[in-house]
Design a protein around this ligand. Structure first.
Ligand code: GRF
Length: 200
């Protein structure tokens, strides 16, 4: 499967996917890394792995539809079959969702539908919940909303700080994301009325 990974920042999940691919744990080929930020550290990771990058600034487009249409042109040009969001901070317009129906996944640092949004780890600490975790889900037009593929829970200790919890969450993300990609590559993931079934 030819995939594009979308990033906006550090790119530790991109790195985990690059590493899983080079170890042969997944068979997908990362053919493109797309970023809305030209200074994202993720771009350096991509360049180091000799993956083509595509930086595109939304401020240069009059609408998000127009912006996504430009990205789709590039994706089609590269024969991209599947999109993996790894810390991409923009919401897709319906143009992208329609171009790649059920072919876009995201990683979220909480147990959705709890703690949607950009501060999920801090929000879980502030809410004083006993457990949080990581969700891998399909992407639709709404924020952190599509069918859930995999979730892994993590107990929050009273001694946890934002830093320690972030570290634990990221460690889970880095194994769970390649696992989800592998399931999809192997046609083990079926969506049935918004519910994901995993075939054995
Ligand atoms: C991760 O915590 C992910 O769950 C969230 O954004 C963060 C991206 O981190 N969607 P990185 O850029 O992959 O290091």
């Amino acid at each position: 499967m030819k995939i594009a990974v979308f990033v906006s920042g550090n790119g530790s999940n991109l790195q985990a996917i690059i590493d899983a691919s080079s170890k042969g744990e997944i068979s997908s080929q990362i053919s493109l890394v797309v970023s809305n930020k030209k200074d994202a550290y993720a771009l350096e990771r991509a360049q180091k792995a000799e993956i083509e990058t595509f930086v595109i600034d939304p401020k240069e487009y009059s609408s998000r539809q127009e912006y996504d249409t430009k990205i789709i042109e590039k994706l089609k040009d590269k024969n991209i079959e599947f999109i993996v969001l790894a810390g991409y901070m923009l919401l897709f317009s319906e143009v992208m969702i329609q171009a790649y129906p059920d072919k876009i996944i995201n990683v979220h640092p909480a147990l959705l539908p709890a703690f949607k949004g950009t501060h999920a780890i801090k929000d879980a600490i502030d809410a004083k919940v006993k457990e949080t975790g990581v969700t891998i889900h399909f992407v639709d037009e709404k924020l952190d909303n599509g069918p859930i593929i995999l979730q892994e829970t993590l107990a929050i200790q009273t001694t946890d700080t934002l830093d320690t919890l972030e570290e634990k969450i990221h460690a889970i993300e880095h194994t769970l994301y390649p696992k989800a990609i592998k399931l999809i590559e192997n046609n083990k993931v079926i969506i049935n009325e918004r519910r994901v079934e995993l075939l054995s």
